[in-house]
Design a protein around this ligand. Structure first.
Ligand SMILES: Cc1ncc(COP(=O)(O)O)c(C=O)c1O
Length: 383
């Protein structure tokens, strides 16, 4: 086991960052939305990027087999999933990957299923490709955010063509079990549905839960499934623009052969080599980041239990996003707006993940304890 300690960057330094999280709000607002971490990046990636920039090595990207081979090794080691590196296709980002796959697999108007609350861009990708959104929401917190299999079967029966799965799940922090995935695969096979599994948060699954890659659960999953993922979430590289699409059967490979070749070239050279380095050499840093995040998810629980005991927050099984129900605080129709205006603290509003989640916020806890404490103090100040 490595001993890399991943510590948060001090707030004053974070405030000089150029990313959307640090640019979108006035200076007196404490920002905790947007899924990026306030952490130093992994040393091997920093070294690579510094070398590429200092050598002016910033041209177009050609064939980069290192992305497929390094991901295949990582997937085998962490998840016991055998990936064919030849079937790892680079795209600009996960959004572009899903949109391009949807373009290949659907006609305008086809039905695409999501399960809300879910990452808000699932809806924008669906709009962008002119398909029709169908939503079968998860059960509530008391049900353990249960999957509504009957609802899903009815939706499949009604002619859903694609099921867009968020696995593991943002914002619920939920990791699908093998049994759940197998049940979805059986239904999808019965009703001829294709499942696109967005697995961008997978490397951030905490150790008490095993992440199960969709394409690893058997031949049927491989025949009807396609995975879109990236190193960008787990290694904090979103601005570098690189993700990839993975398929694993003759059936799906031949369908995806229609993906435009140009999707590869629309990723960035820096992003592709940073991705290969993340999977090949970033394991120790990832484990360090997970230790920090593990500590933070529990720290936040303690903080909320002590200072805001009526709010609901289930400790997530993956990633660094806390899904918090603020209904008991009576902050009005739009708690995130109230908190921004009164408390000068920013979160993602629940309603961007589901029309039924107005009383929720999504809080990013990949930051320092001081920031988390201040965020909770600002919520209290807004009451
Ligand atoms: C589930 C999920 N998919 C995709 C993304 C964004 O990925 P990209 O920037 O590669 O489009 C996010 C970002 O938070 C996410 O949570």
């Amino acid at each position: 086991m490595s001993n890399i300690v991943v510590t948060p960057i001090p707030l004053a330094q974070m405030r000089t960052h150029r990313s959307t999280k640090w640019r979108d709000f006035p200076a007196d607002v404490l920002p905790l939305p947007v899924a990026e971490m306030d952490f130093e990046i992994a040393e091997p990636i920093r070294t690579l990027l510094l070398e590429m920039v200092s050598h002016s090595d910033l041209g177009y990207l050609g064939s980069i087999p290192e992305v497929g081979t390094s991901f295949a090794k990582f997937a085998q080691m962490r998840w016991n999933w055998t990936v064919d590196p030849e079937q790892v296709h680079i795209v600009t980002d996960v959004g572009v990957g899903v949109v391009e796959v949807l373009r290949v697999l659907t006609q305008p108007g086809d039905k695409v299923l999501i399960n809300s609350p879910v990452y808000h861009n699932f809806s924008t990708w669906i709009e962008e490709t002119h398909v029709t959104k169908v939503d079968v929401p998860f059960g509530d917190v008391n049900s353990g955010y249960a999957i509504d299999f009957d609802g899903i079967e009815n939706a499949y029966k009604s002619g859903v063509k694609i099921h867009l799965l968020c696995s593991p799940h943002n914002p619920l922090g939920r990791v699908y079990s093998r049994a759940e995935l197998l049940k979805l695969v059986a239904l999808a096979k019965e009703y001829n549905v294709i499942i696109i599994s967005d697995e961008i948060h997978a490397p951030l699954t905490f150790s008490e839960t095993q992440f199960i890659p969709f394409l690893s659960v058997g031949q049927d999953a491989q025949d009807l499934g396609v995975t879109v993922t990236a190193a960008s979430k787990a290694w904090n590289l979103a601005g570098l623009k690189c993700a990839f699409v993975v398929s694993q059967s003759e059936t799906m490979n031949s369908k995806l052969a229609a993906l435009p070749e140009a999707t590869h070239y629309r990723a960035s050279l820096l992003g592709a080599f940073a991705t290969a380095t993340a999977f090949a050499e970033g394991g120790d840093w990832l484990d360090g980041a997970l230790r920090t995040l593990d500590e933070n998810r529990h720290f936040l629980k303690t903080l909320l239990s002590e200072k805001l005991p009526t709010v609901t927050y289930e400790i997530p099984a993956c990633s660094y996003l806390a899904w918090i129900d603020l209904a008991s605080l009576n902050l009005g129709d739009n708690p995130a707006k109230t908190l921004l205006e009164k408390g000068r603290v920013a979160f993602n509003p629940g309603e961007s993940f589901s029309p039924n989640a107005q009383q929720y916020i999504r809080l990013n806890f990949a930051t320092g304890h001081d920031v988390l404490e201040e965020a909770v103090n600002r919520i209290i100040k807004s009451l």
